[in-house]
Design a protein around this ligand. Structure first.
Ligand code: V47
Length: 436
């Protein structure tokens, strides 16, 4: 018996280890046990078995750009700081399709393969807006895949189309949609739905729309927003529901879920900002449990903007095989200390992965290989210049355009974890986590 087997035995995790080695599906109770074990390294050990079985030593990254086309939203979710109310909010904005296309063509010089398009649920936008938005982005960047609209936005688009979900997906595909991002379900729990995001469609509707997308041959992602008021059972339930839908989609459609992204909640500037933020320990646990429970998902992503770069490096040994990408424009959370955009250059992403001991592979949105290691990466200076040029006509303070240097990657996520440490919350975090 080696040291790991001994430790797993001691922690009561030997039966789960045996299932993991045999490739057997873990049960709901196994999920609860994984969340309750104090032995984080053992979780990493177990998750890494699955991670390496599915993805070897590879860590995927993508050259992508986010476009948040509107922040106007009528859902009023208590966990969110991004949205502006439809009436009289001075922060409200809506990009015209031409403005969104302009943002995309600004980076014409960067070989971006994915444009990630999400926004608030803006009741004033007609069906034609979404079609024109996709057409304009596709025309500006014909070779890039467009990953657009969470199932919550899709629900709104279906309503204003007066068509069936399938008809809407076919229209969106014809206009340029290639895949769908994961957000919107948050935590599949009626209790949390009622308390934090009652105006959004519930879990059943989210899953119904995901299945309709899969029937139309589309790939989509799924997320879990954690670290607020959710409880362990609710997170395990979330995994069980997702993998059941995935079983069905894989057996009956050419679509399905591609990647799962645990989203570490950021309380700053939200209605719940007095709650403590999740720390790196919780982030690693979420990644590991997701990898172990979602046996039929090919990929688990550690979204570096939410988790911080250092936690993402560790996450590559706790079940994650993907770190997302260059991002360019992300408005859902910002670096709160300097209120600036959060961007990593391709070189910084590859360095981050290599430093963590994994093989960096640039992918397209469907995980086709684009480049390996440092092939095809630019140096930071030239990407910074691209950003500055891209915003030259937008009267933005230069500091806002500054990209993060390798030696000062202090993302919003990392700043938040630093503050939790200063307040002494890190030690207390295990207690906080137990109550979630
Ligand atoms: O559903 C909102 C989350 C999601 C906050 O598919 C917040 O590759 C943390 O879907 N703190 C939208 N999270 C983002 C999303 C996504 C992100 C990255 C990759 C992919 C992908 C998809 O953002 C929402 C919500 O769960 N969110 N506010 C916040 N304060």
């Amino acid at each position: 018996m080696n040291i790991w087997q001994h430790q797993l035995e001691q922690a009561g995790l030997a039966p789960i280890h045996a299932k993991v080695l045999a490739g057997e599906r873990l049960s709901f109770d196994d999920g609860l046990q994984l969340y309750s074990t104090p032995q984080l390294p053992l979780l990493g050990y177990l998750a890494n078995i699955v991670r390496e079985r599915k993805n070897g030593n590879v860590a995927w990254w993508v050259r992508n750009q986010h476009v948040n086309y509107t922040n106007v939203c009528n859902k009023g979710c208590l966990f969110c700081s991004f949205y502006a109310r439809p009436k009289d909010d001075p922060r409200a904005y809506v990009m015209s399709p031409e403005q969104a296309a302009h943002k995309v063509s600004n980076y014409g010089d960067v070989p971006i393969t994915e444009v990630h398009v999400v926004g608030g649920v803006n009741p004033r936008l007609p069906y034609s807006y979404y079609i024109e938005l996709l057409q304009a982005i596709k025309a500006a960047r014909p070779k890039a895949h467009i990953k657009a609209f969470t199932m919550v936005e899709i629900d709104q688009i279906v309503r204003c189309s007066k068509k069936s979900a399938e008809e809407v997906f076919e229209d969106l595909k014809a206009a340029g949609l290639d895949a769908l991002p994961g957000g919107g379900a948050e935590v599949m729990s009626e209790r949390v739905h009622e308390d934090l995001f009652a105006a959004k469609p519930n879990a059943a509707r989210w899953l119904e729309l995901a299945q309709a997308a899969h029937r139309c041959g589309l790939k989509s992602n799924a997320t879990l927003l954690y670290g607020h008021v959710e409880q362990t059972r609710e997170k395990v339930e979330h995994f069980v529901r997702l993998r059941e839908v995935q079983d069905h989609s894989l057996a009956n459609t050419s679509g399905g879920f591609l990647t799962f992204i645990p989203l570490s909640w950021h309380p700053e500037k939200t209605a719940l900002e007095s709650l403590p933020a999740p720390t790196g320990v919780e982030d690693l646990r979420e990644i590991a449990v997701a990898r172990l429970m979602l046996d039929n998902f090919p990929h688990i992503k550690s979204f570096w903007i939410m988790n911080s770069a250092p936690v993402t490096q560790s996450a590559l040994w706790f079940g994650a095989d993907d770190v997302d990408g260059t991002i360019m424009e992300y408005e859902i959370i910002r670096d709160p200390t300097r209120d600036r955009k959060q961007v990593l250059t391709s070189r910084q992403l590859v360095e981050m992965i290599v430093e963590a001991g994994r093989d960096a592979i640039e992918r397209d949105p469907l995980y086709n290989i684009i480049s390996r290691g440092f092939e095809n990466v630019r140096d930071a200076q030239s990407v910074e210049q691209v950003l500055v040029d891209a915003h030259a006509d937008e009267s933005q303070p230069q500091a806002n355009l500054q990209i993060m240097r390798r030696d000062e990657i202090v993302t919003a996520a990392q700043g938040q974890k630093n503050r939790a440490f200063e307040k002494g919350l890190i030690g207390a975090e295990a207690v906080g986590a137990e109550h979630r």
